[in-house]
Design a protein around this ligand. Structure first.
Ligand SMILES: Cc1cc2nc3c(=O)[nH]c(=O)nc-3n(C[C@H](O)[C@H](O)[C@H](O)COP(=O)(O)OP(=O)(O)OC[C@H]3O[C@@H](n4cnc5c(N)ncnc54)[C@H](O)[C@@H]3O)c2cc1C
Ligand code: SF4
Length: 446
């Protein structure tokens, strides 16, 4: 090993291969059959189950848990996939602590919810590992739909449309499908190439063609697609990144957290990923947490997250914050970056403390400097390349109900569409619901 956590600058191989393998192993080891039965046994099978209401895809959670309890995980998986075809990924990445598990009556009573996420993973992994695909296509309708973006929203939409007998072409600008499942989700949440395996498994339905390296706005136009297809679903996510608006932002060592994470996700060898000795991450969402945790796991000596508001306002859940703290990430709240200091490359970040006045933030004038050879911006993504013909709302494609845009025959969903929470599971729900609406419109019920 050539470097260590104490080597100056942004360098690869701060840790040796065994340490990296241990650091990037599965965040939660999967449940074995016995553990799954014990966990399923804790469910009260509530009649008005609040966990179902809290799930953005409305999975019948007590039903699938009962199916696990009765030794039929295949049936449990079918219950999950009926509502959420990316139930395998969602079992790994959903912030269950703010969704179904927060709503679980055993959380309210004992502070210890039924392990819904891990049970969902147990059921879906059982079926996917066996290579079984529980759905077949309806008779061909002769209708063709174009989907832009092969992330969770696009894949969920394409699968539901294919099931109903339509033919779907998915176009994605990147070389691989999966969207942020493949390029964004933290490595320790999606291990062993699960994102790619899930895309392949989902495509087993048939009737879906994935065309990679094809971008709307560069290789395809909305007008062309509207002419060639019966409907278009836009699921292009948020490809742009906000600017820091701090002096010295152009210095070497300042980069986007999403690019850093994408490089990490695509690396064959984690030791090849360069990371700073002193890393500062700006932001307060999942991207900030994931960039910070993974910098630490790669061997950075110090990693600090700087967030402009207080802890309670942070979009990342308390669970995510605690996970980061347990890995050695430090948090500084109520502070904003003012200037990147250094001679060519970044050496430190000057920050100013803030005070909230209602929704507004005021600088207090009190400054401090953090040593920083790498500064990762995680201050939100923006819509890029939306067709001009479409109305926008709040910087996203304006949609009504199940994804109808201002243009006839064009739907949108997932992160690029207005409303929603920018989560994998909400993107899946959007894609599924838009597919139902497209189907109804195409067969004359809409
Ligand atoms: C770093 C990071 C970590 C995250 N972690 C979590 C997590 O742990 N849990 C969770 O629930 N959510 C998480 N999220 C949010 C979640 O990943 C997104 O909400 C979700 O992926 C949105 O799905 P989507 O299909 O709308 O868009 P995306 O997944 O972004 O997919 C959009 C696809 O469209 C393609 N595309 C873009 N522009 C074009 C174009 N012009 N032409 C053709 N194709 C195009 C892109 O290449 C991409 O494949 C995270 C997000 C980030 C950035
Ligand atoms: S709320 Fe908890 S106990 Fe009740 S059905 Fe859902 S998982 Fe089971």
């Amino acid at each position: 090993m050539s470097n260590s956590p104490f080597t100056s600058g942004i360098v690869p191989a701060r840790l040796d291969a065994p340490a990296l393998a241990e650091n990037f192993a599965d965040l939660h080891a999967p449940l074995d059959a016995h553990e799954a039965l014990v966990a399923a046994d804790r469910c009260y099978f509530c009649h008005d189950a609040p966990c179902i209401t809290a799930c953005p895809t409305s999975i019948d959670i007590p039903l699938f848990i009962r199916q696990i309890a009765t030794g039929t995980p295949e049936a449990a998986a079918r219950t999950i996939f009926d509502q959420n075809i990316l139930g395998g990924m969602c079992a790994r990445v959903c912030p269950t602590e703010t969704l179904c598990e927060e709503a679980c009556v055993r959380e309210a009573a004992e502070g210890k919810p039924v392990l819904i996420g891990q049970l969902q993973r147990y059921a879906t992994d059982t079926v996917m590992a066996a290579g079984l695909h529980p759905f077949t296509r309806a008779e061909a309708t002769g209708k063709r739909i174009a989907v832009i973006g092969a992330g969770p929203a696009g894949l969920a939409c394409a699968h539901r449309l294919a099931m109903k007998g339509h033919d779907v072409d998915i176009f994605d600008a990147r070389p691989k499908g999966g969207g942020l499942n493949e390029y964004g989700i933290a490595s320790y949440k999606s291990t062993n190439g699960f994102a790619a395996a899930e895309v392949e498994w989902l495509m087993q339905i048939g009737g879906i063609m994935l065309h990679t390296g094809k971008a709307l706005g560069r290789d395809l136009s909305l007008d062309g697609l509207r002419g060639d297809y019966d409907a278009v679903f836009l699921a292009m996510g948020l490809a742009g990144v906000n600017a820091l608006r701090a002096e010295g932002e152009g210095r070497d060592g300042v980069g986007d957290a999403v690019d850093f994470i994408a490089d990490l996700r695509q690396a064959e060898d984690l030791a090849a990923i360069p990371v700073g000795r002193n890393v500062v991450v700006i932001g307060g969402g999942m991207t900030a947490i994931d960039a910070a945790v993974q910098s630490k796991l790669l061997g950075a000596e110090s990693v600090t997250v700087v967030y402009r508001r207080g802890r309670e306002a942070m979009p990342a859940s308390r669970y995510e914050q605690d996970l980061a703290a347990s890995k050695g990430v430090r948090f500084i709240f109520n502070a904003v970056p003012v200037e990147v200091l250094g001679n060519g490359a970044a050496a430190a970040l000057r920050c100013e403390y803030t005070r909230a006045e209602g929704r507004d933030l005021q600088g207090t004038g009190e400054m401090f400097d953090l040593p920083a050879d790498q500064i990762l911006k995680a201050i939100g993504q923006t819509l890029q390349g939306a067709p001009e013909a479409l109305a926008l709302q709040g910087g996203k494609i304006a949609v009504n109900g199940p994804g109808r845009t201002s243009a006839n025959g064009v739907w949108a969903g997932g992160d690029c569409a207005s409303g929603g929470e920018d989560l994998t599971v909400t993107a899946v729900a959007d894609g599924r619901d838009a597919a139902e609406d497209i189907h109804n419109a195409l067969i004359g019920k809409g």
